[in-house]
Design a protein around this ligand. Structure first.
Ligand code: FAD
Ligand code: NAP
Length: 346
């Protein structure tokens, strides 16, 4: 066997919350054959398999009784180029932000608004990562995944992925699909998305009058570095809750009670409420109990001040959910993937 297995390994540095749990077995996948070998081993040993990238969208609430496979495969290539439209393929283990910078260096636009999102290319389709008005579905071309249950490769088109708001078929079928590589259709002609409030403002603060895609990337990196805690300094998994969708009638009723309510009407008539506003209005911003807390600047972000356990963070999230439900009759859904004993595919 070429796969290197580490027994009883710490996962503290492999999840951005910095939660101190252990994996029964830990291995790195550099190639497709490493992934196949890990899959075969988990089947032979009847051990669950947990595939991870950068661990930046994970909440681990216990030791992981599984083979944890870190995707570290590398490689970026142009697979089609018809002058304006260029299809780029990246291996699952590529670091997302480094990949975005590579595309910009090639003069390709499309991913600039997704700059500085932590994690890997292979995890990006899991929740159709999005920021500043762009989601990967907007530039998605296809991906290759291994089916855990049949061991066969499958190609996914845009429609196959069933992308939604922070959602996909991969998130709906946890553990089934091992994403090996992803393709994006990018453009040599820049069509910039600057409509998210702070982006234009930051560009003008930076003195940029006619922005390029690289300027937009720099502006977004600068906004994000100011607003978001760096997981290397303060453990977190980004936004802990999705922005809830409610009916226009419920949004109107809430607005009459809370004139400051922030909501964005959607094409289907629903209204997307800013979960951060609900949590802040309910008084949770800056809350801390032991080492689990709500960030003092970003109420959507739960943080680990050092020794919080996954269960403490989960309990805090559940208290916030119950409070928001009681005050506003709005159900908040957690965004990170929560692992509990027994919820991994065997
Ligand atoms: P992991 O956390 O390792 O895994 C996430 C899930 O994907 C797990 O269920 C895992 O089993 C599965 N998975 C991972 N790799 C694979 C694979 N190759 N095949 C199959 N399944 C796999 N998200 C946004 O959408 N927008 C943002 O703006 C954003 N900002 C963030 C800011 C901060 C500071 C942080 C900490 C997080 C942020 N996130 C954001 C969340 C996170 O960065 C993304 O969800 C990212 O795509 C997770 O990548 P990862 O490699 O760390 O995934
Ligand atoms: P923000 O700009 O303070 O806005 C608050 C919320 O309002 C955002 O969540 C965003 O929803 C929504 N919003 C803002 N302007 C909008 C517009 N013009 N149209 C529709 N919706 C709008 O948000 P922020 O917290 O600083 O984050 C900025 C961007 O980065 C957001 O897109 C956010 O999703 C993304 N982000 C995501 C994570 C994560 O872990 N998922 C972490 C940090 C930042 P949307 O979230 O639906 O875009």
């Amino acid at each position: 066997m070429s796969l290197q297995l580490q027994v009883d390994a710490s996962l503290k540095s492999f999840n951005s919350f910095g939660v101190d749990v252990r994996a029964s077995l830990l291995a790195e996948a550099h190639t497709d054959s490493d992934v196949r070998e890990a899959l075969q081993y988990s089947v032979d040993q009847q051990l669950p398999l947990l595939v991870i990238g950068g661990g930046s969208n994970l909440l681990l609430t216990s030791d992981v009784h599984a083979l944890v496979l870190r995707m570290v495969s590398r490689g970026i290539r142009i697979v089609a180029d018809n002058a304006q439209r260029v299809v780029v393929e990246a291996e699952a283990g590529e670091v997302w932000h480094a990949f975005v910078l590579w595309t910009l260096e090639q003069g390709l636009s499309g991913l600039e608004n997704l700059s500085l999102i932590p994690g890997t290319v292979g995890a990006a389709p899991m929740q159709n990562i999005g920021a500043y008005g762009v989601e990967i579905k907007d530039v998605f071309e296809g991906l290759t995944a291994l089916d855990r249950y049949t061991g066969k490769l499958r190609e996914f088109s845009l429609t196959d992925c069933e992308f939604g708001y922070r959602d996909s078929v991969f998130k709906q079928q946890p553990g089934r699909w091992l994403i090996l590589r992803v393709r994006f259709a990018l453009s040599r002609v820049e069509r910039l998305h600057l409509e998210y409030g702070p982006v234009r403002q930051r560009l003008s603060e930076l003195g940029v009058e006619r922005p390029t895609a690289s300027d937009v990337s720099r502006a977004i990196c600068s906004i994000r570095s100011e607003k978001l805690p760096d997981p290397a300094v303060l453990g977190n998994a980004g936004s802990f809750f999705k922005n809830p969708l409610v009916s226009a009638q419920q949004a109107d009723e809430l607005k009459s009670q809370y004139p400051g309510l922030i909501g964005y009407p959607q094409a289907d008539g629903q209204v997307k409420l800013a979960a951060g506003w609900l949590i802040e209005t309910a008084g949770w911003k800056g809350f801390r109990e032991a080492d689990a807390g709500v960030h003092r600047l970003q109420s959507l972000v739960l943080v680990n001040y050092g020794a919080a356990t996954g269960l403490q963070l989960l309990a805090l999230a559940q208290r916030i959910q119950a409070d928001i439900q009681q005050r506003f009759a709005v159900q908040l859904e957690m965004e990170p993937n929560v692992y509990k004993v027994g919820n991994l595919a065997g």
